[in-house]
Design a protein around this ligand. Structure first.
Ligand SMILES: Cc1cc2nc3c(=O)[nH]c(=O)nc-3n(C[C@H](O)[C@H](O)[C@H](O)COP(=O)(O)OP(=O)(O)OC[C@H]3O[C@@H](n4cnc5c(N)ncnc54)[C@H](O)[C@@H]3O)c2cc1C
Length: 452
């Protein structure tokens, strides 16, 4: 049977754009449908605008520190959200244009439309137009979900933050994951009074416990009112504000309430059931190591598969899909030892096993140090840094690296290479320190602080 295209990609985000572009570069006839804006979550309402906001928010501390370094700065520097927002959206428009051009220059046919799956080889566009393809790639990403409770309709999500007309004076952020914690730091840095409520014992569940504690303490030190073991019962609108009743019965009024308690794969109404594609408990597309669904012509990559929800992982999955399906080179995606950063303030970089995970697996040694780095110490700031290595006793391999420090995201990219290569503690020790830096501690820790 002759198809309209070799590949039809649904979703113009990190994974879909990469897979579509590379398949087209290899001579295949490719189409891609995007229902919102090209670039997807990362470019339009995720990594990129968030990181720009992190940069913007850090100036408040820089102004204070600058005085300690001899600079004459105004006592009350002010931040104009509208000026920043306009510049930020200008940058997002520019990046969206780049994504669009990448596709155009590689002869990918772009449909600015929602696409739904009709059967194993057919998708239907918003105007009813049907398109056939030998292979369909589902790369539709995910979306934030607010749980259902009284007044939940008043809650905003991370999608809305980037579009706010005005910054609120006072916000409640509900959630303890990386998105909630990052926005707590961002808005706090921009001068908003931030309360972060999380129902668990500590934020950033799933990450190394010692690092979680240092980050939480650092956030509180910087002014975030972090309330653990706290959950919302209801939200009532009172004029332009929101009265929040917590589950302990206490009440407090906020100008905005933001929920970042979870995301769900975009599969509702996508028609995958029509083609016989299996969905998991959270609505994710169930795939094997090659990103193949149970239907031979349909694959899925990125957040919609609910594996590791990070842009570079979606891109890797897209590349592996092209190798497998279009280059005759079956390639599994390696989801092991993926380094990542959490842009909280203080920042966090991590790769490999947490101390608890490693200890459950085998006997370990833990090398860790916390200290006040030179730049903060000079400025009179209390911020602490954590450098931590989790080491296998049996083969001396570094199983995990956890860094809480300015620039931890940059540092962990480098440490991740060593860990991925299987470096031992002795390999770290054999590397000469770079002085004076914070990262030099990673190669100078002599005695374990704990061992199991
Ligand atoms: C606030 C926030 C911060 C983040 N920060 C980071 C970070 O710092 N680092 C990092 O690595 N990751 C970060 N992420 C995660 C990252 O954005 C995602 O992992 C990544 O975008 C996933 O790529 P994807 O291609 O799977 O999906 P997406 O980028 O979500 O793209 C999916 C696209 O499909 C479109 N679509 C959906 N359904 C249809 C349909 N039926 N028809 C047509 N189009 C459709 C959507 O409009 C969307 O554009 C962040 C996410 C959020 C929300």
């Amino acid at each position: 049977m002759a198809f309209d295209f070799d590949l039809f990609v649904i979703g113009g985000g990190s994974g879909g754009v990469r897979a579509g572009r590379v398949a087209a570069q290899n001579g295949f006839k490719v189409a891609l449908a995007e229902e919102f804006r090209m670039g997807g979550t990362c470019v339009i309402r995720g990594c990129v605008p968030k990181k720009l906001m992190v940069f913007g928010s850090q100036f408040s501390e820089s102004f204070i520190d600058a005085k300690s370094y001899g600079w004459d700065v105004p006592t009350h520097p002010t931040f104009e959200w509208k000026n920043f927002r306009a510049k930020m959206h200008g940058e997002l428009d520019r990046l969206e244009g780049i994504y669009r051009n990448l596709l155009k220059n590689n002869d990918v046919t772009v449909y600015d439309s929602r696409a739904v799956v009709k059967d194993a080889h057919t998708v239907v566009l918003r105007d009813g137009h049907e398109v056939t393809a030998k292979t369909i790639l589902v790369a539709t990403g995910g979306h934030p979900v607010v749980p259902d409770f009284e007044g939940s309709q008043y809650a905003i999500t991370s999608n809305d933050i980037f579009l706010l007309e005005e910054l609120p004076n006072k916000i409640l952020i509900v959630g303890g994951g990386y998105i909630a914690s990052e926005f707590a730091g961002i808005l706090n840095g921009l001068g908003v009074e931030v309360t972060q409520a999380y129902r668990g014992d500590q934020i950033l569940r799933g990450f190394d416990d010692e690092a979680r504690k240092v980050i939480a303490e650092g956030m509180v030190e910087k002014g975030v009112d972090l309330r653990l073991n706290t959950d919302v019962a209801k939200i009532e609108k009172v004029a332009d504000t929101f009265c929040v009743t917590f589950k302990d019965g206490s009440e407090e009024t906020f100008e905005k309430v933001m929920y970042a308690t979870g995301r769900r794969p975009n599969t509702d109404g996508l028609g995958l059931e029509n083609a016989g594609v299996a969905l998991g408990k959270s609505g994710e597309v169930v795939v094997d190591d090659y990103s193949a669904t149970g239907v031979p012509s349909i694959y899925a990559i990125g957040d919609v598969t609910n594996r590791i929800q990070l842009t570079p992982v979606a891109i890797r999955e897209g590349m592996a899909f092209v190798e497998t399906v279009f280059k005759g080179n079956p390639t599994k995606v390696d989801h092991d030892l993926v380094p990542s950063a959490v842009f909280t303030q203080p920042e966090f970089g991590t790769v490999g096993l947490t101390e608890d995970e490693a200890a459950a697996q085998e006997p370990i040694e833990v090398y860790a140090t916390t200290f006040k780095p030179m730049n903060h110490s000079f400025a009179g700031r209390p911020d602490r840094v954590l450098m931590k290595l989790v080491v296998s006793k049996a083969n001396r391999k570094v199983l995990g690296v956890h860094i809480v420090a300015d620039g931890a995201g940059e540092m962990i990219q480098m440490a991740g290479i060593a860990v991925k290569m299987g470096a031992t503690k002795e390999d770290f020790d054999a590397t000469v320190a770079v002085h004076p830096t914070m990262a030099e501690e990673l190669v100078t820790m002599k005695e374990p602080v704990r061992s199991t």
